[in-house]
Design a protein around this ligand. Structure first.
Ligand code: HEC
Length: 293
């Protein structure tokens, strides 16, 4: 058995190709990686065949160089189209090699020798063990369940309805104001009482620092929103907050779908006054001001 420079080149190319795939998060789960499997099988057959395996090694080397170029250049066409091209290129090269009786024999001889030759027993057994193992690995990678939560795009701040029926009354959200804000003399007292409402009802989810990281926050998707910072309640008018607190997750309109918010319907547990007070508390504590238009 003489290993030719051609087959060494093919081996080298295979190593380069696998390294390239690895650097790109090779998952043994795409068509490109199935090709690797075929290349390995082909090399296992052609390399030990020495001179007789020249044609086969050339075929593998050519295909691999093409694949490597594709990895490096990344033409702006869909991957699936590339795979179709790859397939036709492979078929064309095979047709070329086998267009003559002699070429076909050269290409097939090492495969035949490996599969049925009497002196290749051990190697054959090994090959038949390794190839299915790879197939198992690829199949496993394809069907392996992912533990990532499915993406659920939803609007965080959907447009509110123009009016809402809560506490047995109808409120016009466009004009609704927090009545307690006019009572400036009792501002501190109202905020303090709002804080009590908050720590009795809300902090389990929204956090004792109002950062959205209460005891239970990791169990929810969507997660409770933080009130600190400038991208939640700072963006909202107080009537919006009133509506969201009073009607909770189930009160979200279509845009808020999927309706899996754990935010309770506070209309069922708090009085109207308590909702206004807790709203004052979360604005006061976070240093935000209700948005006015
Ligand atoms: C069981 C957990 C839970 C509790 C308790 C809870 N919330 Fe929520 N809250 C959520 C979740 C989850 C969201 C985010 C999803 C959504 O918008 O409905 C949310 C959203 C909100 C929003 C909307 C913020 C925004 O920027 O749109 C406000 C306001 C709010 N909560 C206030 C409160 C108040 C006030 C209380 C206490 C009276 C409270 N929450 C109690 C889970 C909770």
């Amino acid at each position: 058995m003489k290993i030719t420079s051609l087959s060494l080149g093919a081996l080298g190319a295979l190593v380069v190709y696998i390294a390239l795939r690895l650097s790109k998060g090779f998952a043994l789960a795409s068509i490109a990686d199935v090709y690797i499997l075929f290349m390995i099988a082909a090399l296992l057959i052609y390399v030990p065949a020495g001179d007789k395996g020249k044609k086969g090694s050339l075929l593998v080397l050519g295909t691999l160089i093409f694949f490597i170029l594709l990895e490096l250049v990344r033409p702006l066409i869909p991957r699936s189209l590339l795979n179709v091209y790859n397939f036709f290129i492979l078929v064309t090269v095979l047709l070329y090699f086998t267009s003559k009786e002699e070429g076909a024999r050269d290409l097939m001889a090492p495969i035949k020798a490996t599969l049925v030759g009497s002196e290749n027993r051990t190697f054959r057994t090994l090959l038949f063990a390794v190839i299915p193992l790879f197939a198992v690995l690829i199949t496993f990678n394809i069907v392996r369940p992912s533990f990532d939560a499915p993406a659920e795009p939803r609007s965080i701040h959907p447009a509110p309805p123009s009016s809402v029926n809560v506490f047995n009354k109808s409120y016009n959200l466009l004009t609704l104001k927090n009545p307690l804000r006019d009572d400036t003399a009792n501002y501190a007292k109202n905020v303090k009482e709002g804080g009590e409402v908050y720590f009795k009802n809300c902090f389990y989810c929204h956090g004792d620092k109002l950062d959205g990281k209460g005891h239970f926050y990791q169990g929810f998707n969507p997660q409770p929103l933080p009130f600190m910072g400038t991208d939640t309640i700072a963006q909202l008018s107080e009537s919006f907050v009133f509506w969201r607190v009073a009607t909770g997750g189930p009160g979200l309109p279509k845009e808020g779908a999927p309706w899996v918010s754990a935010m309770p319907i506070w209309e069922h547990f708090l009085t109207e006054e308590e909702v206004w007070k807790v709203s004052m508390f979360i604005y006061d504590y976070s240093g935000n001001k209700p948005r006015t238009f």
